[in-house]
Structure formats: structure tokens, C-alpha cells
Design a binder for this molecule. Structure first.
Ligand code: FA5
Length: 336
């Protein structure tokens, strides 16, 4: 038995109705659109489904059965599509209630992080901590005794020049080096000593790409029976390899500091570096320094070193101007 042309056409119209209704409900983006689609397709008076139902009357008995079944399926599909649209709509409605749309992506807060100099200092503390060095501290406002006298720097020494130091009143000054902390530590504890001190120092140097009037140093001091220059070189080599990588080269040039004898300048060169860079000074603690703090130079020996932290940080990260470290430019700082 084949269906009449008009029955086949009626079934095709049902297919079309289902397709149009389901997609209208799927696309309805707010409650007004859902309601409009409901009236158009499921409306009791003039809805398209209602109209399709009326068409039943005009079909013969055999076609009625086929058409009736298909009609029920389309009705079910459209009602399900309406329910789906409603539940989607109520989620959207609750999300935008009070004018606050929780479905919109939020504004991510800008996270801060530690300054590259702080990161460098923390790494130095970590490395020397593994070598058994404890952290010591001293004041930035220091007296002449700790900055010069006890460090065997005589009254007429050019290092005391007012043009090279920030003097304050009452025999005080902004410390020009962290070697002051060596004295404070030894005044307060008997040997053996194994400490580092990290902090700010101040010198009225003209500011340029490698000089600042305020910068940071790391001081190291090791005092015990039988400490030698070989220990100093070993510790600095190990430090350099830990901080800059195993392929680092380190070089010691004879130099002079009133508080060490012999004294050296410490240079480093490593993979990616094109030249030797002076990192700081070092040497064996001068017997006069031991006497100033009440240590017996016949009993103990020791080494000390002082390195520039900006320089360590700059060479490690390829920063070519020290001023970048102090401008607090977030696009610069966010790279570290
Ligand atoms: C000293 O300050 C000695 N106290 C180091 C020392 C300690 C020697 C213990 C022996 C024993 P010097 O003045 O060379 O040494 O400074 C050490 C390092 O500080 C320099 O190599 C450099 O890395 C850094 N430095 C010096 N002046 C400045 C500046 N104006 N800006 C930035 N870094 C500086």
C-alpha cells in the first residue's frame, strides 16, 4: 500500500516542522525568544503543531495511522526542545541576576613576585648555607670604628675621604662595605666562625651602567685553626660553579685591602660571557683585624670575601645597566 501524494507531502511537512522547531528552541538566547518559539510551534491556538494536527482530518484511514505516529514523535521532540531551552535560560538568568554575569571571564589580578636582587640574595644564602655558612646581620647606619678602625684602615687612609663616604653626625656613617659585619660577628662570638652577611652599602659614586650610590654586597668570613688561602679559593670556586654553572672560570688577581693580607680581586668568566668580570675582593684576614676583636692571630687564621650582588645578578641574567634594577619598571621586572 502506498500513501497518497497528499499524505507523503503531509509527512514531509512534519519533518520540516520538527527541524525548524528544534533549531528555533536551540537558538533561543533569552526568555523572550524562548516564549516566541513556544507560541510559534507549540501555541494552543495557532501554533504550527496545532495546524499540523488539523491536517490529520483530511487524510484517509491508512495515512492517518502513519501520520498520527509521526505527529506524536514530533510533538515529543518539540516539547523536549522547549524544556531544554527553558533550563538553559534559567541558568543564564541566575548567572546574570543583579547585573553580575558570572559567566563572563574575570579580570585576572596582576601577581607580583620577588625582585631579581632579592632572588639573587636568596640564592646566595641557599648556596652558602649548603657550605655551612650561617647568615649574620649588621646595621646600615654604622660607626667609624666598625667601618674603618677595626678593619685596619688607618685615620689618613684615602678610603675615609669624605668625598667617598656618606658621613652622618655623631661619628656615624652609612656603611660603605659589608666588611663591618665581620667585626660585629667576631666581637660577639669566639672562633670558629663561618658566616655570610648580605645587605645594602652606600658610596657617593657617580651613577652609571655599573655603579650606583646604593648597592648590595655579600660578605663571607671563615675563621678557624688552620684556614688557608686554598680554602678561600675552593669555597669561591664551588660558589661560582653553583651560581653560574660548572663551566665557570674564576681568576684571582693580587690586590690590596687593609683588612686582608694577602688580598686578591676575584674575577669570573663563564659560558656565554665574553670577558672577565670583577665580582669583588677577598683575602686572608689581617692579624691586626683579629687583634681588634680580641682573637689571637697565633691561634686562628681566616679568610674573608666581599662580592657585589648587583654584579652577580646582572651577569647571570644578562642585564647590562644597573639602573634597570632600581626603576621598578614592571615590564622589566616581570621577566625574572
Ligand atoms: C670591598 O668593598 C671590600 N670590602 C671587599 C672585601 C671583603 C675584600 C672582604 C676583602 C675581604 P670593593 O670596594 O672592591 O671591595 O667592592 C667590592 C664589589 O662591590 C665590587 O667588586 C663591585 O662588584 C661592587 N661595587 C663596588 N662599588 C659599586 C657601586 N658603586 N655600584 C655597584 N657595585 C659596586
Amino acid at each position: 500500500m502506498s500513501l497518497s501524494d497528499s499524505a507523503a507531502e503531509a509527512l514531509a511537512a512534519l519533518d520540516e516542522l520538527e527541524k525548524a522547531g528544534v533549531s528555533a528552541f536551540a537558538e533561543a538566547a533569552n526568555s523572550a525568544a524562548i516564549e516566541a518559539a513556544r507560541v510559534e510551534f507549540l501555541g494552543m491556538k495557532q501554533g504550527r503543531l496545532k495546524t499540523a494536527q488539523e491536517r490529520l482530518k483530511s487524510l484517509d484511514a491508512a495515512a492517518k495511522r502513519v501520520y498520527g505516529q509521526r505527529f506524536n514523535a514530533v510533538k515529543t521532540a518539540l516539547e523536549a526542545a522547549l524544556e531544554g531551552a527553558k533550563s538553559r535560560g534559567s541558568q543564564i538568568a541566575s548567572a546574570v541576576s543583579d547585573g553580575f554575569d558570572v559567566t563572563l571571564p574575570g579580570h585576572l589580578p596582576k601577581l607580583g613576585h620577588r625582585h631579581p636582587l632579592t632572588q639573587t640574595a636568596d640564592e646566595l644564602i641557599d648556596i652558602f648555607g649548603r657550605f655551612g655558612f650561617a647568615v649574620a646581620r649588621g646595621p646600615e647606619v654604622e660607626d667609624i670604628h666598625h667601618n674603618f678602625d677595626a678593619l685596619n684602615i688607618p685615620p689618613a687612609h684615602p678610603a675615609r675621604d669624605p668625598l667617598d663616604n656618606f658621613y652622618l653626625s655623631d661619628g656615624l656613617m652609612l656603611r660603605s662595605q659589608t666588611s663591618t659585619v665581620q667585626i660585629r660577628v667576631m666581637e660577639n662570638q669566639p672562633p670558629p666562625v663561618r658566616v655570610i652577611a648580605i645587605g645594602r652599602v652606600y658610596r657617593p659614586d657617580t651613577v652609571d651602567a655599573t655603579h650606583s650610590f646604593m648597592f648590595h654586597q655579600i660578605e663571607g668570613l671563615m675563621v678557624d685553626k688552620g684556614v688557608t688561602m686554598a680554602d678561600l679559593k675552593t669555597v669561591l670556586r664551588l660558589f661560582a660553579a653553583s651560581y653560574l654553572g660548572k663551566d665557570v672560570k674564576i681568576r684571582f688577581r693580587p690586590s690590596f685591602f687593609p683588612f686582608t693580607e694577602p688580598s686578591v680581586e676575584v674575577d669570573m668568566l663563564w659560558h656565554g660571557g665574553d670577558r672577565w668580570v670583577e665580582m669583588g675582593g677577598a683575602g686572608m684576614v689581617d692579624p691586626n683585624v683579629f687583634r681588634a676583636v680580641g682573637y689571637d692571630p697565633d691561634e686562628v687564621t681566616g679568610f674573608a670575601f666581599g662580592l657585589g650582588i648587583e654584579r652577580l645578578c646582572m651577569r647571570r641574567h644578562g642585564i647590562d645597566d644597573i639602573r634597570l634594577l632600581y626603576q621598578n619598571e614592571s615590564r622589566f621586572l616581570s621577566q625574572f
